[in-house]
Design a protein around this ligand. Structure first.
Ligand code: E4P
Length: 217
């Protein structure tokens, strides 16, 4: 399973990239706003930092304008995935841009039917939002499982990019289900290392080591 980092913060991306934990990056207009950076400049920097796909989102809502914005974003670097929303215009833009050989990430997916449409429009990635479904008392993880089953039923090659991840349990569940990619905030990816028994075990080893009076170096 690939890990994408859901942020436009350069330092956080570099930190994870150095460890081989950033197979790609996803951004959106809210994350660009949060970074306080210019979209073209920060996206270029991110695309230079990681080898994998870097999603940059269009902000137009009409297909022709989305296509124009998508082409401009794709000029930033070879590893740009153009992010378009799951609307009818977004699907039209996806079809045109993917036919041109560009990577397209169709975002704001909340149903299996939407995921089917995106795959048929040639999306490289479909982004179902787990956390936002959980927020309204629906089951985000059930959507990931349903899309996995439907894509496998028909051999769609669109990668399932599980998004809106809020906890480490979301990541473990996505791995069990077989999502191709997760995108999560740096803090959630880093929290995957935590386990109280690791901390407790390490403290006990350190205490016993101290008693030996030995040194390795
Ligand atoms: C990723 O592509 C999405 O933009 C992101 O995961 C949304 O997460 P949120 O629902 O926590 O804002």
């Amino acid at each position: 399973m690939k890990f994408f980092v859901d942020t436009a913060e350069i330092d956080a991306i570099a930190d994870l990239s150095d460890l081989g934990m950033a197979d790609g990056v996803t951004t959106n207009p809210s994350l660009i706003m949060k970074s306080g950076r210019d979209i073209l400049e920060v996206t270029k920097e991110i695309a230079e930092l990681v080898d994998g796909p870097v999603s940059a989102e269009v902000v137009a809502t009409e297909a022709e304008a989305m296509i124009a914005e998508g082409r401009k974003l794709a000029e930033i670097a070879d590893n740009i995935a153009i992010k378009v929303p799951l609307t009818w215009d977004g699907l039209k833009a996806c079809k045109v841009l993917s036919t041109e050989g560009r990577m397209v990430n169709v975002t704001l997916c909340f149903s299996v039917n939407q995921a089917l449409l995106a795959a048929k429009a040639g999306a490289s990635f479909i982004s179902p939002f787990i956390g936002r479904l959980d927020d309204i008392n629906l089951d985000g993880m059930e959507l990931i499982a349903d899309i996995r089953q439907v894509y496998d039923n028909f051999g769609f090659e669109t990668e399932i990019l599980a998004a809106s991840i809020r906890s480490v349990n979301h990541i473990a569940d996505c791995a069990r289900i077989g999502a191709d990619v997760i995108t999560a905030p740096p803090s959630v990816i880093k929290a995957m290392v935590n386990h109280p028994l690791t901390d407790k075990g390490l403290a006990a080893f350190m205490a016993d080591w101290e008693k030996t009076g030995q040194k390795i170096l």
